[in-house]
Design a protein around this ligand. Structure first.
Ligand SMILES: [Zn+2]
Length: 132
């Protein structure tokens, strides 16, 4: 369900960009999805193909994953984690309840479990290319 709302938002923002840059058609759209977002790229692609307007007739959609960045609240250290480097159970727990990350992950600099999750949960439009 989430994917459909997201597809709508992506198409709406890409359309805005196209209007601003006076593009007649959009050839490529790059979307960045945070690793902690519960999004199935295949469903997102399907939703995009169903909802797209004539502006997106020839558009290639690139859906890329973004690594999760953590920032320590104690020492200010920031580091990236990849879900691939965690064991499966941990990665799944974090995927469903990102707050759980605090139980498993500690700051590599000072050992504090008190950190902020910077961009693991966002979805953003990285690039829109088109023809004028
Ligand atoms: Zn720290």
């Amino acid at each position: 369900m989430h994917e459909w709302a997201l597809a709508e938002a992506i198409l709406a923002s890409a359309t805005e960009v196209a209007e601003k840059e006076k593009l007649k058609e959009i050839t490529e759209v790059t979307v960045r999805v945070g690793e902690l977002q519960q999004i199935a790229p295949s469903i997102l692609r399907f939703a995009l193909s169903q909802l797209k307007t004539s502006l997106f007739e020839k558009t290639k959609f690139h859906i890329l994953k973004a690594k999760t960045t953590l920032t320590c609240r104690v020492c200010g250290n920031s580091w990236k984690i990849s879900m691939k480097n965690l064991d499966k159970t941990t990665a799944e727990a974090i995927h469903f309840v990102p707050e759980v990350a605090h139980t498993y992950i500690k700051c590599p600099n000072c050992g504090s479990p008190d950190f902020e999750i910077e961009n693991g949960r966002g979805v953003w439009l990285e690039q829109v290319n088109g023809v004028k």
